[in-house]
Design a protein around this ligand. Sequence first.
Ligand code: ADP
Ligand code: MG
Ligand code: MG
Length: 907
Amino acid sequence: MSNTKRVYTFGNGQAEGKADMKNLLGGKGANLAEMNLIGVPVPPGFTITTDVCSEYYSLGKDQVVALLKPEVEKALAGVEVLMNSKFGDVENPLLVSVRSGARASMPGMMDTILNLGLNDEVVEGLTRKTGNPRFVWDSYRRFVQMYGDVVLGMKPVNKNDIDPFEEIIEHVKEEKGVKLDTELNVNDLKELVAKFKAAVKKQTGKDFPDSAYEQLWGAVCAVFDSWMNDRAILYRKMEGIPAEWGTAVSVQSMVFGNMGNTSATGVCFSRDAATGEDQFVGEYLINAQGEDVVAGIRTPQQITKEGSQRWAKLAGISEADRLANYPSMEEAMPAIYKELDAIQTKLENHYKDMQDMEFTVQEGKLWFLQTRNGKRTGAAMVKIAVDMLRQGMIDEKTAILRVDPIRLDELLHPVFDKKALKEAKLIAKGLAASPGAASGRVVFNADDAADWAASGEKVIMVRVETSPEDLAGMAAAQGILTARGGMTSHAAVVARGMGKCCVSGAGTLKIDYTTKTMEVDGLVVKEGDYISLNGSTGDIFLGKVATMEAELDADFAELMTLADKHTRMTVRTNADTPHDAQVARKFGATGIGLCRTEHMFFEGEKIKAMREMILAEDEAGRRIALAKILPYQEADFEGIFEAMAGCPVTVRLLDPPLHEFVPHDEKGQREMAEAMGVSIKVIKQRVDSLHEQNPMLGHRGCRLGNTYPEITEMQTRAILGAALALKKKGIKVIPEIMVPLVGIKFEFIEQDTIIRETAAKLFAEKGDSIEFKVGTMIEIPRAALTAAKIAATAEFFSFGTNDLTQMTFGYSRDDIASFLPIYLEKKILKADPFQVLDQNGVGQLVKMATENGRAVNPSLKVGICGEHGGEPSSVEFCHRVGLNYVSCSPFRVPIARLAAAQAALRD
Ligand code: ADP
Ligand code: MG
Ligand code: MG
């Protein structure tokens, strides 16, 4: 262990790390190194590896500090040389920031400390050196505040209290009669520092450390500790980031954006993270530091002139007012802007992806502090990938792999109905921070959002601004609305990452947390009132606005075409109605993999005939009822076949337990008694006799068709009769009849025989015929185990992975909720096996059955039709084991198409 390298330095165009060392150095550390190597100006520093974070949690604080000490002191000495100053020195001090950084970016989740190295003596020295006491004391009060919060544990005493330091600041500002932090003078800042320190002592009992090294070790350990704070844990859970990864710590010499009016700090994106538009966008603040831009304390200014004018128009600010008070960086600092623009282009070209960057200007000199591949909305993900392909920056493979299939979901979601929008009452406008259409009841804090959502309410979370503490509430809400903060504010960045609708910076809203109301132009919106947000325009409406299906754009179509070009599997849909079939076709489904016939029985007259069939005393009675059902079924199939003309349609024979269809209430039973001319007592008895202890394992699936063959006969007639009728009209139908719940080959052989005999009879009657296939679902483990036997007769297999999962695990699909959360928490299960295919268990049955089935029947077509057919990791598995197709719900079809192409490309 003693030979392990724990610290990697960077500075002055050199670095020990590089971009592909994210696992060891964290994203931030690796990119700080890389930026050095490609000639971007970055303040020098060093990164402590993520492995040390693991050591921290196994060995503990003291031992890790002892292990690190020699390397850190050496690295720091190197920085001192480059910066020509000394850490801890009074007259010529080196100040540093201590920054966290995991492999995957977790914006704002962990803690950063700036201006470290200051104490009561050093501030005097630094004042003498810079001649700028305001800057020095502003830095000091920020340091005491951050260090007090992060390292010394100064948190609000009660959950709903405001931050103790903010409370002090508010107090002092009120006393001095000023509004902005920047209006506080040196004496006010001195007062703040004194009050902060006193408050720390009072609340935590700890003295504020004066020694620079003591401060440094406290900060390094606090960053490691922050890996395990509640919000970081929650974020990791949401993003699926393992706790084992750990965070790196970067220690970097400070550059100061708060040295006066030639200094500034900002955040920018090489393309628009909300829409994907190829446009440089960003925000900055003059004479500010660190998180000021993101925190929404002052209104940030736009970087480009164009962006600034657009922003002013939205905010209702005149051109004169804009130029005087909120000029763009392009206008206010043209030379710096040019340099910034050149570097952002360079970084995007270097990483070949959209970059999210942080920078600081110190007295006219530009420094980069961070770059990373920017988080973006689903729409931006598609647009940027397709644009970069067109621009020749990336190839087709990269473009396809760049888009997270799950995020396509956002593009398919409903948008506001255009007609309803015209009538909707617009109450205010904010920034279009993250697209989407959201309606819900207003709540004013994260806890309420989570509580209301848990009880089934759709909510919009309204905040003055959000902070990482609000994460759970944001996740639970339909949309997020803030009064403060720009396009790079916490709310905007996190919402885009979640694919959640967000309108930020709606400055005309007056939000009052105590009365739980917001007021705009005299209109008061109370907690629980409905509002609607358009995250694509920034519009805020009163009430609920109706939605309609989304329209898909050309970029989306191009991505899908590209996916189909590189895919091997095809994608079908699970659809029971012509409407669903049409929607799925529009999304690119090339057939129906599962059409459930039972859903057709619940409408109108059909259910009566069905009940009559079930309640009939004998075969003769059943046949009478089935004859009534036949024309309905035939009409239903015609509708679906027509919607899927030219594509295969797999129809599953009747599957659910019969008791699901019969009336359990007095009124329904009386109706049936009258219709069938028997007493209600007889009906009651028959209903009771259908009761099963364990219906999922009872009289269902092909057990129905094998005990009542006349049902299979009728359904075969309906399927093939419909196909023949359409054939006459010149419509091409490719019917596939699927036998559910087979466990023994004879179950299948019996059904196959009935189907083929019925078909022969029908074809003879009609003097016409049509090709069709007969196959089975593999959804009982025994069927998978005996696949070779079944495949001798079956023409296709379709894995019903919902039942197969249920029966392989022995988990009831309907009852898993009682223990699943605990199993997930204890990591007994990695994911809900009903959502994500269990590749090691259930997946092995799929693999084995496919291989064994094909061994006896090489032309066996194999697909999957469970929920898993639209889940990317499961789709990839299906590709690997050689399935011909996956079938999923209509809205998942594009996701499956992309996932299938990605699987083929990774292969
Ligand atoms: P996060 O991961 O939350 O973005 P960072 O480590 O990036 O945290 O720090 C937040 C902000 O602090 C940065 O965006 C930057 O503005 C400021 N900052 C960090 N290190 C320095 C530094 N060495 N000099 C000046 N500003 C810094
Ligand atoms: Mg950052
Ligand atoms: Mg099933």
